[in-house]
Design a protein around this ligand. Structure first.
Ligand SMILES: Nc1ncnc2c1ncn2[C@@H]1O[C@H](COP(=O)(O)OP(=O)(O)OP(=O)(O)O)[C@@H](O)[C@H]1O
Length: 271
């Protein structure tokens, strides 16, 4: 597989606030790659440096291919109509309008409305259509499903998977662990200016999931325990409950969710 983006030693500060402290990343062509990090970790800053929208202090970025960027909300004039925006972007990019792409994204259904009248989901679809106008190889999505309902989220996931099946590379910044786990081929976790993990969701689980989590429900309530030596801990726990004659209502053992692993690596919740 060839490389779509290489980032070497990327450093960026805002005044004396160091945000990126030598970030290295390699994103492969045709993959859906997620950038995870708590609020303010620097995800947008990395994306904007790669997109060429932001200057950086040191490092090297190489982008192999044409890029398309999904705009943030409120990025368009309030009264512009969707097809006017599409035509404007196509002229600007000297691109032919792909009507089948507009149809798939449902732009026809909203063409009579003004931008200000669109729902969050409709705006996101329009922003995605505008990102695709120039027929890019690499597409950047910054929190594409934030604020969307389940239906809107699933529709956007479907569009993203379709783009991947067309051979596009997709880079998305997200806070949604379930989204990242189901949609993305690889994940990078950004913490305190550095990439602290880069790999698949199952590699992340394997890497730090030496710990099991035991959930137990008794008449006294619900508790959970973390254990590396699962057999010894379970036997001790069951023996203690038996000795105290406390009945077990429910018992579950798992290896932790992606969110727990994320919190373990960053010391914080994702939100
Ligand atoms: N133009 C700017 N001037 C000064 N500080 C900035 C600027 N842009 C971003 N920052 C700061 O840099 C840090 C990283 O911001 P960035 O937007 O890249 O984080 P993020 O991971 O995308 O956050 P979020 O998840 O909240 O969108 C934050 O502390 C932010 O306040």
């Amino acid at each position: 597989m060839s490389c779509a983006i290489e980032v070497h030693g990327l450093r960026k500060s805002y005044g004396d606030h160091l945000v990126l402290n030598g970030v290295d990343l390699q994103i492969q062509s045709g993959e859906i790659f997620a950038l995870l990090g708590v609020n303010g970790a620097g995800k947008t800053t990395i994306l904007e440096c790669i997109e060429g929208l932001k200057k950086y202090d040191a490092g090297r970025i190489i982008v192999y291919g044409k890029t398309g960027i999904q705009l943030q909300s409120s990025a368009l004039p309030a009264h512009i109509r969707p097809m006017e925006a599409v035509t404007l972007f196509a002229k600007w990019n000297k691109s032919k309008i792909d009507h089948s792409m507009l149809h798939i994204l449902g732009i026809g259904e909203i063409e009579k409305k003004q931008y200000i009248q669109l729902s969050t989901g409709q705006k996101r679809r329009l922003h995605l259509a505008l990102a695709l106008i120039s027929h890019p190889d690499i597409i950047f999505l910054d929190e594409p499903t934030a604020g969307l309902d389940v239906e809107g989220r699933l529709a956007l996931h479907e569009h993203t998977r379709r783009l991947k099946s067309q051979g596009k590379t997709i880079i998305l910044a997200s806070h949604d662990m379930a989204e990242v786990e189901t949609l993305c081929d690889r994940i990078a976790i950004l913490n305190k200016g550095n990439i602290v993990f880069c790999g698949t969701a199952s590699e992340l689980t394997d890497k730090i999931s030496k710990k099991y989590v035991i959930y137990i429900k008794t008449p006294k309530g619900e508790k959970h325990f973390e254990a590396e030596d699962i057999e010894d801990t379970l036997i001790a726990l069951l023996r203690e409950l038996k000795n105290k004659k406390i009945p077990i209502w429910d018992l579950k053992v798992d290896r932790g969710t992606l969110e727990q692993h994320f919190m373990e690596m960053t010391g914080r919740d994702v939100k």
